[in-house]
Design a protein around this ligand. Structure first.
Ligand SMILES: [Zn+2]
Length: 194
């Protein structure tokens, strides 16, 4: 199934206005993001159709540097090392975990502003995102409980900076950036400019 066939109206009324008539489209059940050949960015609510996971991807769009906001996987890479017959993700720092906590800070402020925040949703997101993150073991704590506490502290710290107002302003500004890039692609389809 292609991305276009999966695109539906965002079923969450509070979040739907963010997807109307813009260069970012909602795609049901999609994990992470995809980018269409015309530069449209598609994000979804994940396998389990969760508002928190949708808000999480929305927050990635705003948190990543502008250059990468129209790239597949937000242009994120984990350092890789060749082990036996394959490349393995080998993080050296907690850089990925730090980024995720900045994203979760935006996500939490967005959900709270729209009356959608639940403590359960937050814990589920932190576990989903960090439980599988390869730098989980580099977080400075002795136990899983300690690592979760460290993540919570980071999220609380970044919530003061990554406010709903900043999220909203950046969302619309970047939507315009994407639209301008799409127009440039239409004029010069051979261009690979992102
Ligand atoms: Zn994430």
């Amino acid at each position: 199934m292609t991305i276009k066939e999966q695109v539906t109206h965002c079923p969450y009324p509070e979040l739907a206005p963010f997807f109307e008539g813009h260069a970012i489209k909602f795609s049901t059940g999609l994990n992470g993001n995809r980018v269409g050949s015309d530069g449209t960015v598609y994000i979804g609510d994940g396998t389990f159709h969760s508002k928190s996971m949708l808000a999480h991807e929305m927050a990635h769009f705003v948190e990543i540097d502008q250059r990468r906001c129209g790239m597949y996987g937000w242009g994120l890479r984990v350092p890789e090392k060749f082990v036996f017959d394959r490349f393995c993700a080998v993080p050296q720092t907690t850089q990925m975990a730090e980024r995720e906590t900045r994203v979760i800070a935006f996500q939490t402020n967005l959900l709270e502003k729209l009356g959608l925040f639940t403590e359960e949703g937050l814990v589920t997101t932190i576990r989903a995102v960090e439980g599988f993150s390869p730098d989980w073991w580099l977080i400075p704590a002795k136990s899983d409980k300690g690592r979760l506490q460290w993540l919570r502290r980071q999220v609380n710290k970044y919530r003061k900076v990554n406010t709903f107002e900043l999220f909203e302003a950046e969302w619309w500004r970047r939507s315009e950036v994407l639209k301008a890039r799409m127009k440039r692609k239409l004029r010069a389809p051979e261009s690979l400019a992102v």
